[in-house]
Design a protein around this ligand. Structure first.
Ligand code: NDP
Length: 327
């Protein structure tokens, strides 16, 4: 899948192009490279960043994925190893910096989970909630884009920790999932609420201790006056702003002062040292059925562009993945 035309404003399928080629890269002995077969590719909002700021026109789209090593010229990897990390949207990729890849040791869960629950979005939810939100038992927690890869996990971590959890999402189906599959205490469809402030007051009559921010814009403005004294806003993402040429202003920031709220952004890359601890915590929770997980899998690389574009309009229900090959 090639980046064909410069993105200005929203990402569209026409910016990308599916091309076929019979060439297959090679990882020569002692070259420090590996050649992998890509199995599952993640459709992350982060792909847009990578496309806009670090991809030349005519090159394959970069992004997180799960892959199998077919040839290794690097001492740390051997043929057959399963890995996850930033690869490219193609069937076979030559990876020139394999040190950035993590080897997959646990294969008794679906491999696609390493694009989400057990990969970058899972780490984002874990580090964002436990390291940045400073949660306390009984805290009231609000999560936007709550049914997505990150949101569904933040909500479940917060519930297991003993918080009261409410999420917002963009359809009735997603709201039902939040309440019935992921165990949120309450949820609302932000597209149907004419008054976001009233919806938040209905769900949080006493106010919000923690806002896990995934969308920005109007939602952030509505949340600010509903924060409790000494509340915390963890800024994970602002997806409503990514496709805008001019970012929206936020009007209610003055509440940070009145409510003594701490608002803090974070980037998951600063927390990858916690990955072993994260796996140790989350793998048993998955196996014991304490954590539910929902994926939306598009089959075939040719369906990748539509799947990726869909993430920016909420077409995905759960973590959007592209399956290139099962093995
Ligand atoms: P999701 O799987 O949640 O997919 C994105 C979802 O965002 C869509 O399904 C849609 O759900 C919602 N959305 C899309 N456009 C808008 C809009 N204009 N307004 C409101 N909601 C919108 O993605 P992730 O879980 O992977 O990512 C969630 C957030 O976390 C993103 O902001 C992302 O950039 C951020 N992130 C940050 C990281 C960090 O290190 N700080 C790392 C990883 C992710 P709906 O139908 O509910 O609208």
């Amino acid at each position: 899948v090639i980046y064909r035309e410069k993105v200005q404003g929203s990402l569209k399928e026409t910016h990308l192009e599916v091309r076929t080629s019979s060439e297959r890269p090679k990882a020569h002995k002692d070259s420090g490279t590996i050649m992998v077969k890509n199995l599952y590719l993640a459709c992350d909002p982060y792909n847009l960043n990578l496309i806009k700021f670090s991809t030349q026109l005519g090159s394959p789209v970069p992004g997180y994925g799960v892959a199998r090593v077919l040839e290794s010229g690097h001492p740390n990897f051997k043929k057959g190893d399963l890995v996850w990390g930033i690869t490219r949207w193609e069937e076979y990729s030559l990876i020139t910096a394999p040190e950035t890849f993590i080897k997959i040791e646990h294969t008794d869960v679906p491999l696609s989970y390493y694009t989400g629950l057990l990969g970058m979005p899972g780490m984002t939810a874990y580090a964002g909630f436990f390291e940045v939100c400073s949660p306390k038992k009984g805290d009231t927690v609000f999560i936007s884009a709550a049914s997505g890869a990150v949101g569904q996990l933040v909500g479940q971590f917060a519930k297991l920790f003993g918080c009261y959890v409410v999420g917002s999402a963009g359809s009735k189906e997603k709201v039902d999932l939040l309440k019935n599959k992921f165990g949120f205490d309450d949820a609302f469809n932000y597209k149907e609420e004419l008054d976001l402030d009233a919806a938040l007051k209905r769900c949080f009559p006493e106010g919000i201790d923690i806002y896990f921010e995934n969308v920005g814009g109007k939602m952030l403005d509505a949340v600010l006056p509903n924060m409790k004294l000494h509340g915390r806003i963890t800024v994970c993402g602002m997806i409503s702003q990514y496709n805008l040429e001019q970012h929206e202003g936020v009007h209610n920031l003055i509440n940070l002062i009145w409510k003594r709220v701490r608002m803090e952004g974070f980037v998951v890359f600063d927390y990858y040292h916690l990955y072993p601890k994260f796996l140790e915590t989350v793998l048993p929770q998955i196996k014991e059925g304490k954590i539910a997980y929902m994926e939306d899998i598009a089959e075939g690389l040719e369906n990748g562009p539509a799947a990726l574009v869909g993430v920016f309009s909420g077409r995905n229900v759960g973590k959007q993945v592209v399956m290139v090959s099962r093995e």
